[in-house]
Design a protein around this ligand. Structure first.
Ligand SMILES: [Zn+2]
Length: 158
């Protein structure tokens, strides 16, 4: 407890001056840190951008192109991997979209399988038995004449 009134005033003035200078130091420190961080942040942003370019290329190649070419089964696993990697990194929305796409690819692959099974059910001109390779009536895979079951789908070739 100060006994002098002037002493109290001096103490207050010194405190205000000290706080102002501390604020100035803090501002200078902030500016200094900003200049330290900004070039680094720029470098980081460029690095992430470079990874992003490779990433976009991979998603395009293994998911998009395969789906476009009708290879739903082949696109499924890469799409799931991309979905998980997007979800645990920064692409939350993309991750969710890839995940939905993965489920849809499962449906598409199943539908394609059903379609080919249905197409295979339409009778083809029968090859003479024992002559030449046997064509599977279900999936149209060529099998040896001696085959009993299709080497691709396992259907009976009798
Ligand atoms: Zn078959």
């Amino acid at each position: 407890m100060s006994s002098s009134r002037s002493g109290d005033t001096a103490q207050t003035l010194i405190l205000i001056g000290l706080v102002l200078e501390a604020v100035e130091v803090a501002v200078l420190l902030g500016i200094g840190l900003l200049f330290l961080i900004v070039p680094l942040a720029g470098l980081l942003a460029l690095s992430f951008a470079a990874i992003g370019i490779v990433w976009v290329f991979l998603v395009y190649l293994f998911s998009y192109v395969r789906v476009r070419e009708g290879d739903y089964e082949g696109a499924r696993t890469p799409t799931l991997v991309f979905a998980i990697l997007s979800l645990i990194t920064i692409g939350l929305i993309s991750g969710i979209l890839y995940l939905i796409a993965y489920v849809k690819l499962g449906d598409a692959a199943w539908e394609a399988q059903q379609r080919s099974a249905w197409a295979g059910a339409t009778p083809a001109a029968p090859a003479p038995p024992g002559l030449g390779p046997k064509t599977c009536s279900r999936c149209r895979t060529f099998n040896d004449a001696s085959s009993i079951y299709c080497r691709s789908c396992g259907a009976s070739l009798a």
